[in-house]
Design a binder for this molecule. Structure first.
Ligand code: SAH
Length: 254
């Protein structure tokens, strides 16, 4: 009996951004497990059981999916974007790591998807065209001090940055603190992008300067991209783009 658990990324929202590999995995699955809004993206069909679950129960969800896979079902865990970016793939390996024997004969496959920062970056040009980093601003699983430390070091390293989970109703103050740090350390004309619900009918994109940025501009459906000191904004054929050149004027090879 094949025992296989697939962890797949559904992309940022548009069904056309689901890779053919993931589409095929969806079409052959018997059971689909995931956070409610992601499972809602899967069209129901005969022979397919959908198992939506609430946020913040990633470990229970991973365990449930592994048990079903061990019983011979064709199980797919779905995440939005890419499953390896602040999502379910790591949760599955965390629980396997804690129980090395329990699912020893279950094969795991991770199928990539288009992560939010790349979908957002493509919409506005090439803000991540040079070195960049991604930070998860949620302090659910790490202390705020660590977020602040990484932010300060990323500013010092002059990375362009993408912020995931920037601001939730239960923790509105984190993003405000992050913005204040950025405003105190970076030039006030630094480009910042608020990319909300990218590739969905609710999509909204704003390219602003850091001085214009306000905490309320971000929510949990927004990925925020802030340029490096070398990111530029330009008008091309009537549309505003942001891009970071592939080279850096700051460092010389010697
Ligand atoms: N695995 C996902 C990220 C999950 S964390 C991925 O690779 O994209 C959830 C965060 O992702 C959200 O708070 C938001 O910051 C970002 N996000 C997900 N989908 C998005 C979209 N369509 N538009 C903008 N941001 C999105």
């Amino acid at each position: 009996m094949t025992k296989l658990l697939i962890i797949a990324g559904l992309g940022p929202g548009d069904p056309k951004m689901v890779t053919p590999t993931v589409q095929e995995a969806i079409s052959t699955a018997t059971d689909i497990v995931g956070y409610i809004p992601y499972v809602a993206r899967i069209p129901p069909r005969d022979g397919l059981i959908l198992h939506p679950s609430d946020n913040r129960v990633e470990i229970e969800r991973a365990e449930f999916a592994l048990d079903m896979a061990a019983s011979g079902k064709r199980v797919l865990i779905v995440s939005s974007g890419d499953p390896g970016v602040f999502a379910m793939a790591a949760a599955v390996f965390e629980i396997i790591d804690k129980n090395p024997i329990r699912w020893i004969d279950v094969e795991i496959q991770v199928l990539p998807g288009i992560t939010a920062m790349l979908a957002a970056a493509a919409k506005i040009g090439a803000p991540l065209g040079h070195d960049f980093c991604a930070l998860n601003l949620s302090d659910n699983l790490k202390p705020w001090e660590l977020i602040e430390k990484r932010l300060l070091l990323a500013i010092e390293a002059d990375f362009a940055m993408a912020f995931y989970n920037p601001r939730s109703k239960s923790r509105p103050e984190g993003f405000e603190k992050a913005l204040n740090i950025l405003k105190s350390k970076c030039a006030n004309d630094r480009p910042i992008v608020f990319a909300r619900a990218i590739s969905t009918p609710k999509e909204q994109i704003q390219i602003l300067t850091l001085a214009q940025a306000k905490p309320e501009m971000a929510d949990m459906q927004t990925v925020v991209i802030i340029g490096s000191s070398e990111t530029k904004v330009l008008l091309q054929n009537g549309k505003t783009f942001a891009y970071t050149p592939r080279y850096s004027k700051l460092g010389s090879p010697n």
